[in-house]
Design a protein around this ligand. Structure first.
Ligand code: SGN
Ligand code: CA
Length: 535
């Protein structure tokens, strides 16, 4: 009797022991797939709103995980956002204040810590850093902004050009690594980074054909006149009517413009390269696939543009913009679906954290704009969806003001590693586990620098709380703007000078000073970065 009991117990131990251990080990060392697109506005993800597009695959992440409705960036522009994500520090400390400043590669980035702690690490897609990533075992990254059609990649073994459409290719590389190159017995960190839907929005030919048939609802503020705003909004160069380019953006061939004359778009020759740069990469078969759609856009333009009013031109440009931008996103969504399917089929899904985000938000015609850079909502906020089976409650929604500054510490925490003391974010783990009580943040800090530069958005820093947004445009001008986020969600009325807000202004100014101190930003640093720029 005793003997058979011991036998039975031994059997149970052998049967369950390793499985239990494995499960515990994998819970504490989950795989992480960090999916980031470039310029993907939250307005164009149906988990947030299906006004513009259905993104059923990206939505799967939120359905099985958490949707953050108030995630935001510290500086709404590409390379600075990536530097913040990798270092867990604001740009005034990591030095990558804009797309042009070099990144000091002696700084610690979170993939290096993963690699040092026995994670396999890989990165595919757009980094946009000016240097190769550190801490990744394998990478294939686009040089700079990269190309949509037949893109070139920088790899450990030199450069290579791959025929096809960039979003599909980045996914092929990612899936290939997951399927064939990864060691199955070690956890991994995968950085899967899309170029789409960055300007100049070249969709794959089939999506191009599909989306040019669609029409999209106009944003309420498409015809914004920038009244009751500061001079930064008035002088920015990102208005659809005035600054969006017919050739580069709206896909009007330079030949069409030349035929129609200089009145359509002055100095059209300058833009020849910006059309044929991206499109000229297509081979004959690819060009044949684009041709019918390009023909119909160009024929319509030639026949109608001369009679169009400014209002009609604005609407036509908006529709063309949305067609290409959303068609590019549709490919991202399909490819996210391919990845999620593989995770399900392979059983990896159970122990893999999947994050979907963008390097910043984007204006989709709100305030008449495209691009980003401003502290205003559409560019300041960014999508964030996180799935972690068994840890994050399915279908949960979080409304806290979390930032890209928090990502590094969150991932390190999730994998049980200590974050360096000088990282400035906070781990989102308590929020992911549904423990909001411990979350104390009431305000976030923002600082944008790239000026003078393309789109001409003036430098500014600011504080954002649930109720207010106070921004200081301190360079070129000395102007303050205050928006009541609850009463004026479209941010159309700067109430900074209104007497009834005087007390709020002085309280927010104190809090902003506090944040600048906490994060070690200062007037001296502001000036140093202006001086550096002018050299
Ligand atoms: C390019 C774009 C700009 C865009 C910047 C920065 N022009 O210069 O519209 O603001 O990139 O974008 S384009 O003619 O090259 O398309 S970022 O996402 O890399 O910061
Ligand atoms: Ca970007």
């Amino acid at each position: 009797m005793k003997q058979s009991l011991i036998f039975l117990l031994t059997l149970i131990l052998f049967a369950c022991g390793p499985a239990v251990e494995q499960e515990e080990a994998s819970q504490s060392r989950p795989n992480i797939i960090f999916i980031m697109s470039d310029d993907h506005a939250y307005q164009a993800i149906s988990a947030y709103s299906n006004r513009l597009i259905e993104t059923p695959n990206i939505d799967r992440i939120a359905r099985r995980g958490m949707l953050f409705t108030n995630a935001c960036v510290t500086n709404s522009i590409c390379a600075p956002s990536r530097a913040t994500i990798l270092t867990g520090k604001h740009n005034h400390l990591n030095g990558k204040i804009d797309n042009r400043m070099p990144f000091d590669t002696t700084q610690i980035t979170f993939p290096q810590i993963f690699q040092a702690n026995g994670y396999q690490t890989a990165m595919f897609g757009k980094l946009h850093f000016g240097n190769n990533p550190k801490g990744v075992d394998e990478f294939k990254i686009l040089p700079g902004q990269g190309n949509y059609i037949n893109p070139r990649f920088i790899t450990n073994e030199g450069d290579t050009t791959i025929t096809g459409y960039v979003t599909d290719i980045i996914t092929d590389l990612t899936l290939n690594w997951l399927k064939d190159e990864r060691k199955e017995d070690e956890p991994f960190l995968m950085m899967y980074l899309h170029k789409a839907p960055h300007r100049p929005w070249w969709p794959r030919p089939d999506k191009f054909a599909e989306f040019t048939k669609k029409r999209f609802p106009l944003p309420e503020t498409l015809f914004d006149s920038y009244e009751n705003r500061g001079s930064a909004a008035k002088t920015a160069e990102m208005n659809l009517l005035t600054h969006m380019m017919y050739s580069h953006d709206s896909k009007i061939r330079p030949e069409t413009l030349e035929e129609m004359g200089e009145s359509v778009q002055p100095s059209v020759r300058e833009f020849r390269n910006s059309f044929y740069g991206p499109y000229g990469r297509a081979n004959e078969a690819q060009k044949a696939a684009y041709k019918p759609v390009l023909d119909s856009i160009n024929d319509f333009f030639k026949a109608n543009w001369p009679e169009m009013t400014d209002r009609e031109k604005m609407i036509w440009k908006y529709q063309r913009y949305m067609q290409d931008y959303l068609a590019s996103i549709s490919s991202v969504d399909d490819n996210v679906g391919r990845l999620l399917d593989y995770l399900d089929e392979s059983g990896l899904a159970e122990n893999t954290i999947v994050v979907y985000t963008s390097d910043q938000g984007f204006f989709l015609g709100e305030h008449g704009w495209f691009d980003k850079r401003f502290i205003y909502n559409e560019s300041f906020k960014t999508p964030l969806l996180v799935r972690w089976p068994g840890v994050v409650e399915e279908g949960s929604i979080n409304t806290q003001m979390v930032q890209n500054l928090d990502f590094a510490q969150t991932f390190l925490d999730a994998a049980g590693m200590d974050a360096p003391q000088d990282m400035q974010g906070e781990s989102l783990l308590p929020l992911l586990k549904g423990k909001e009580e411990t979350w104390e943040r009431e305000a976030v800090y923002y600082h944008y620098y790239e000026y003078p530069a393309v789109h001409m958005v003036k430098r500014h820093y600011g504080i954002v709380t649930e109720e207010y947004k106070l921004a200081h445009f301190y360079h070129d001008v000395d102007e303050w703007e205050l928006y009541n986020r609850l009463k004026d969600p479209n941010e159309l009325n700067n109430v900074y000078a209104e007497p009834e807000y005087a007390e709020i202004v002085s309280k927010l100014k104190e809090d902003l000073k506090g944040l600048r101190k906490k994060y070690k930003d200062s007037v001296e640093l502001d000036q140093r970065y202006i001086d550096l720029y002018n050299q």
